[in-house]
Design a protein around this ligand. Structure first.
Ligand code: NDP
Length: 352
C-alpha cells in the first residue's frame, strides 16, 4: 500500500494555524473505475487561502474522512498528477499519464490520491509540468475574460491591474497572441524597470505604475499611446482607488470586469463613467462560468494549451517548493507552509 500525505483542516482560519498534515493508507492496486495518482505539482492560489479562511463562497464540504474523528477538508483546487495505477474498468487512462482534476474542490494539496476516472481530465505532455499544474485557473480565466465580454479585434486596447499576477501575465501574452494592445498597471517597487522589462518581454504593450494610473497628467500620455482609440475592456483584480482610476481610462461603452479583490477594498466607479461613457461593470468567476457554459472548461484549456505548445504562452516565473512523495508528514507540512508563507512574493508551487 501507499502512505498518502494530505494537508487538511477541520476549522476555518489562517492556513498556518488550521492546516495540518496527516497520512493515510491507499491501496497500490485500485479497483474498478478508480485511478491511483501521485501529485507532480500543485500551486497556492489566492482562492485556496480564502477557502481555508472560510471566506470563499465555494468550498469543499467538511467530512469525516482520512481516519480523522472530526469533519475535515483537503486544501487546494488545482494540480497536476501522474497515474500510478488504474482499476480494471478504467478505459481512458494508463500508468504514467498526466491528469488534472475536472472540477474545483478536488483537494490537491497531497502526495497521492485515489480518484474516480470521471473526476479527471487527461493532459497531453506537450507543455511543462508547471504549466499543466496551473492551466485550469489563471491562464483559463485570462483567456475567457479577453474573449467573452467584448469582441476585441486586433489593434484594440485593454487595460488591467494586477499586471504582475499570474492572471495578468497570462492576459498580457494571450492578448498579444490575439493582436491586442495592453496597458498593465503594477505596484511600484525598487526594481520596477526589471518588472517592466519582463512584462514587456512577455508582450505587454505598456506597463504603468499605480501612481501613473492615478495621475491626471499621465492620462494624456495614455491617450497618445492609444491614438484616441477607446479602451474597450478593463480587467480588475485589485479594487479600491487603483480600480477607480483604471475605470477612468475606459472609452465609450467600455466594460469593466472584476475578478479579484487583492486590496480588499470595494470597487467604486465614478458616476460620470456610467452616465457619459455608458460603461458596463460585470463580474467574472471561472468556477461559475464553466458551469454556465457547458464544455467551456475543456475548450478553454485546449485553446490555452495550444498557445503554450506554440510558445505564445511561455512558462512564467514560479517558485518551486520541492518535497519527495515519500517524505514524512512533517516535511510535507513544512513544504506547504513555506509555500503559503511566500505566496505574496510570487506564484508558489509545491513540487513532488
Ligand atoms: P498571484 O498570486 O499570481 O498575484 C497576486 C497579485 O496581486 C500580485 O501581482 C500582487 O502585486 C497583487 N496584489 C496583491 N495585493 C495587492 C494590493 N493591495 N494592491 C494591488 N495589487 C496587489 O495571483 P493570481 O494570478 O493567482 O490571482 C490574481 C487575482 O485573480 C486574485 O485576486 C485571484 O483571486 C483572482 N482570480 C480570480 C478568478 C476568478 O474566476 N474570479 C480566477 C483566477 C484568479 P505585486 O506583484 O505587486 O506583489
Amino acid at each position: 500500500s501507499i502512505r498518502a500525505k494530505v494537508m487538511l483542516y477541520s476549522q476555518y482560519g489562517q492556513p498556518d494555524q488550521v492546516l495540518r498534515c496527516v497520512s493515510h493508507e491507499l491501496p497500490s492496486s485500485p479497483k474498478g473505475k478508480e485511478v491511483l495518482l501521485q501529485t507532480i505539482a500543485c500551486p497556492i492560489n489566492p482562492s485556496d487561502i480564502n477557502q481555508i479562511q472560510g471566506v470563499y463562497p465555494s468550498r469543499p464540504e467538511l467530512k469525516v474522512q482520512y481516519g480523522q474523528s472530526e469533519p475535515v477538508a483537503v486544501g487546494g483546487n488545482e494540480g497536476l498528477f501522474k497515474v500510478l495505477a488504474v482499476g480494471d474498468q478504467v478505459s481512458g487512462l494508463k500508468e504514467g499519464d498526466w491528469v488534472i482534476p475536472s472540477n474545483v474542490n478536488f483537494g490537491t494539496w497531497r502526495s497521492h490520491v485515489l480518484s474516480e476516472e470521471s473526476a479527471l481530465m487527461k493532459m497531453e505532455k506537450t507543455i511543462s509540468a508547471n504549466q499543466a499544474a496551473t492551466i485550469a485557473v489563471n491562464p483559463s480565466s485570462a483567456y475567457q475574460m479577453l474573449t467573452l465580454f467584448e469582441e476585441l479585434k486586433p489593434g484594440d486596447w485593454f487595460i488591467q491591474n494586477g499586471g504582475n499576477s499570474q492572471v495578468g501575465r497570462s492576459a498580457i501574452q494571450i492578448g498579444k497572441k490575439l493582436g491586442l494592445n495592453s496597458i498593465s498597471i503594477v505596484r511600484n517597487r525598487d526594481n520596477l524597470k526589471e518588472l517592466v522589462d519582463e512584462l514587456t518581454g512577455l508582450g505587454a504593450t505598456k506597463v504603468i505604475t499605480e501612481e501613473e494610473n492615478a495621475s491626471k497628467e499621465f492620462g494624456k500620455t495614455i491617450a497618445e499611446w492609444t491614438n484616441g482609440k477607446p479602451i474597450k475592456l478593463a480587467l480588475n483584480c485589485v479594487g479600491g482607488d487603483n480600480c477607480t482610476n483604471m475605470v477612468r481610462k475606459l472609452g465609450q461603452d467600455g466594460t469593466l470586469v472584476t475578478y479579484g479583490g487583492m486590496s480588499m477594498k470595494p470597487v467604486t466607479i465614478p458616476t460620470t463613467m456610467f452616465i457619459f461613457k455608458n460603461i458596463t461593470a460585470k463580474g467574472f468567476w471561472v468556477s461559475a462560468n464553466i458551469k454556465r457554459i457547458p464544455g467551456s472548461r475543456e475548450n478553454t484549456i485546449k485553446a490555452v494549451q495550444k498557445m503554450m505548445e506554440d510558445g505564445d504562452l511561455v512558462d512564467v516565473k514560479m517558485y518551486e517548493n520541492p518535497v519527495s512523495a515519500d517524505a514524512s508528514e512533517d516535511q510535507v507540512y513544512q513544504a506547504f507552509q513555506k509555500a503559503l508563507a511566500n505566496s505574496n512574493k510570487g506564484k508558489q508551487l509545491v513540487v513532488f
